[in-house]
Design a protein around this ligand. Structure first.
Ligand code: SAM
Length: 305
């Protein structure tokens, strides 16, 4: 079967372009599935699902149901967190025999808070190829509508369920200068939001992204101190699947006082250039700005003498 003819799902001329790319044999295709709305799957993903020899999946019933919706029928291999190690060996053997295998999880992108990484690791260690079929991931979907401005983010995933361990993890994240992304289940959402409030204080922004792409999709952003009351106001708000985002801590405002203090001490002993260079190392501020400021301070010192 050629790549071009493998998918009978594709009828519009433009859609046939998915088959123009080659999909090598002996390759694991790590394929994202929808996180809610069944239509959120890529055309290439559908093509590859219809092309592969078998599909490794977290829960065969879920995946069979999903494939049925797409009109695809393929042999399934159960690949969940309890058998990932053994199934990885079987998948490697099948890939070595020349097969193409897709790897999917129950929802979203495999290996993102889901099984998959061990299988990919085994495939790579065997000198075989893993290629992504990118698509939905709840973390990225939530981040995209958060409006939080920091370009950096840290994906934390699920926090430990035990309070002490959770506090330790949260304490280690308090000063991270990035948007923090958590996953949470409905039965722990209230407890987790309380823990976030304790750990990060009242003023940082929180985004609660619930049931993304589904019927009761909700994205709510507020100060952390307001989040418990928002959740309590309507029991429906505590139901479903959640991504929680926490804005990065505010950057300390530099009014120039600390830079001036350091420069004045250094200028008593060093040249303007040396003082600016050293002050930049000590304070972490920009050398050029400190150099300009040092010139002013030096002139003031000279005039006062
Ligand atoms: N692999 C998936 C991904 O790429 O997003 C994540 C799987 S993880 C086992 C499931 C968690 O993802 C849920 O508990 C929830 O925190 C988050 N999640 C999945 N679907 C979601 C959705 N539609 N809306 C909000 N969060 C979702």
């Amino acid at each position: 079967m050629t790549d071009q003819s493998a998918s009978n799902l594709l009828t519009l001329p433009i859609l046939s372009e998915v088959g123009l790319q080659t999909y090598p044999m002996s390759t694991l295709y790590v394929l994202a599935t929808p996180i809610g709305n069944v239509c959120d799957i890529s055309l290439r993903a559908l093509h590859v699902l219809s092309l592969v020899d078998a599909i490794a999946c977290e829960d065969t019933r879920n995946t069979a149901h999903l494939l049925h919706r797409y009109g695809v029928s393929k042999p399934l291999i159960a690949a969940h967190q309890h058998n990932e190690h053994e199934v990885a060996e079987k998948i490697v053997a099948r890939l070595q025999a020349g097969e193409r295998i897709a790897l999917v999880s129950d929802a979203g992108t495999p290996a993102v808070s889901d099984p998959g990484a061990r299988i990919v690791d085994a495939v790579l260690k065997a000198g075989l190829r893993a290629l992504p079929l990118p698509g939905a991931s709840a973390a990225i979907a939530a981040l995209s509508v958060s409006g939080l401005l920091n370009d950096q983010f840290q994906f934390v995933g699920f926090l430990p369920s035990k309070a002490r361990q959770r506090e330790t993890v949260l304490a280690s994240l308090d000063s991270v200068s990035a948007t923090l992304i958590f996953y949470e289940a409905p039965h722990r959402i209230v407890e987790t939001v309380d823990a976030l409030l304790q750990a990060f204080g009242p003023t940082r922004q929180i985004v609660l992204a619930r049931e993304l792409t589904k019927l009761f999709e909700t994205v709510h952003r507020c100060a952390l101190t307001e989040a418990p009351a928002w959740l309590a106001a309507d029991p429906m708000r505590q139901k479903g699947e959640f991504v929680i985002l926490i804005d990065s801590p505010p950057v300390a405002v530099d009014d120039g006082a600390e830079g001036d203090r350091i420069l004045k001490i250094l200028l008593a002993e060093l040249s303007v250039k040396q003082a600016a260079a050293l002050a930049a190392q000590i304070s972490g501020q920009k050398k050029n700005a400190l150099y300009d400021r040092a010139l002013v301070l030096k002139a003031e010192q000279d005039a006062a003498q």
